[in-house]
Design a protein around this ligand. Structure first.
Ligand SMILES: C[S@@+](CC[C@H](N)C(=O)[O-])C[C@H]1O[C@@H](n2cnc3c(N)ncnc32)[C@H](O)[C@@H]1O
Length: 287
């Protein structure tokens, strides 16, 4: 299968890719992207009511199918901007990339947006505006148990992955192709069922990338192949194309390649490029 790696800003690269050419788009943006890290004055939560922002830009009316539904887009954005102006920093970075993801998905395609729990609620609102609320398929929780644990609150040990489809009446999803997992209480099901394992639910218990072993590349934000496998198996067919605009160490490409899919990987970091080249030696480097 073909894996293409593009070195460059993902928005510029995405804009050069053809419409509807990917069955699956996986996005794993860095936490806090686009936000001003230091704010001189932390803005107080404004309680005087959420009003539409008269200055909010007009919705991109060209993208109507399922998403960008006229005034609701501007109203949502305006209201959130008033409520918490950090939203605008986040939206400013992510929104055009989500719009590109929507354009690049095939009619039966699926987006997986992988987020830190501190960002997931903002992104859910954005995706409702960009794709349409009816295109929301799942909120996946990837739960792991590793690293230091706070004693002042419940230790945070999960990521959120929001799943949206381009067309809720025509999206591709093959649950039979997904690797099954052991039952938590195998004694409660028949031996045949226990041997077959169960279909994963929307809560995925999965270890982080092991600190040693075949998978480990050393790239700091590397995601485990096991969680990408589920997405690729369920939401694409062999021979389909898969896109990752925040490719990092190339996990999506390695998994897609192994499962007989083509992949396009984008990252602006030369370090990421070096790791991807070593991990997927046959990949074609573009740009
Ligand atoms: C959280 S990491 C992705 C990790 C990846 N999922 C993996 O398994 O290795 C996010 C990546 O996005 C890249 N990135 C951030 N902003 C970008 C942009 N505007 N264009 C292209 N890549 C970007 C960073 O260089 C980083 O490698």
């Amino acid at each position: 299968m073909t894996v293409e790696i593009h070195l460059g800003d993902n928005l510029e690269v995405a804009r050069r890719l053809p419409d509807a050419s990917f069955a699956l788009v996986y996005l794993d943006p860095p936490f806090n992207t686009g936000r001003r890290q230091e704010r001189a004055i932390e803005s107080a939560v404004r309680t005087e009511g959420l009003q539409p922002d008269p200055d909010a830009p007009a919705p991109p009316v060209g993208l109507v199918k399922g998403g960008f539904r006229g005034s609701s887009y501007a109203r949502t954005r305006g209201a959130l901007k008033l409520y918490d102006d950090r939203f605008d920093d986040y939206w400013g970075f992510l929104e055009p990339r989500l719009r590109e993801a929507w354009r690049l998905l095939s009619d039966d395609g699926t987006l997986y947006l992988h987020l830190d729990y501190r960002e997931a609620h903002y992104a859910k609102v954005m995706l409702d505006a960009v794709f349409g609320r009816h295109c929301f398929l799942n909120e996946l929780i990837w739960a792991y148990d590793y690293g230091a644990k706070s004693r002042k609150r419940w230790p945070s040990k999960h990521d959120t992955i929001l799943v949206y489809v381009k067309d809720p009446s025509a999206y591709f999803f093959d649950s039979d192709a997904v690797d099954r997992e052991p039952y938590m209480a195998p004694g409660l099901v028949t031996p045949e069922k226990a041997a077959r394992g169960k279909l994963p639910t929307d809560v995925w218990w999965h270890t982080i990338v092991p600190t040693s072993g075949r998978e480990k590349t050393g790239y700091p934000t590397q995601k485990p192949e096991g969680i990408l496998r589920r997405m690729v198996q369920a939401s694409s067919r062999p021979g389909d194309r898969v896109l990752d605009l925040f490719a990092g160490s190339g996990t999506t490409g390695a998994v897609a390649d192994g499962l007989g899919r083509d992949a396009v990987l984008v990252d602006h970091s030369p370090d990421a490029l070096a790791v991807m080249r070593a991990r997927i030696p046959d990949a074609l480097v573009v740009g």
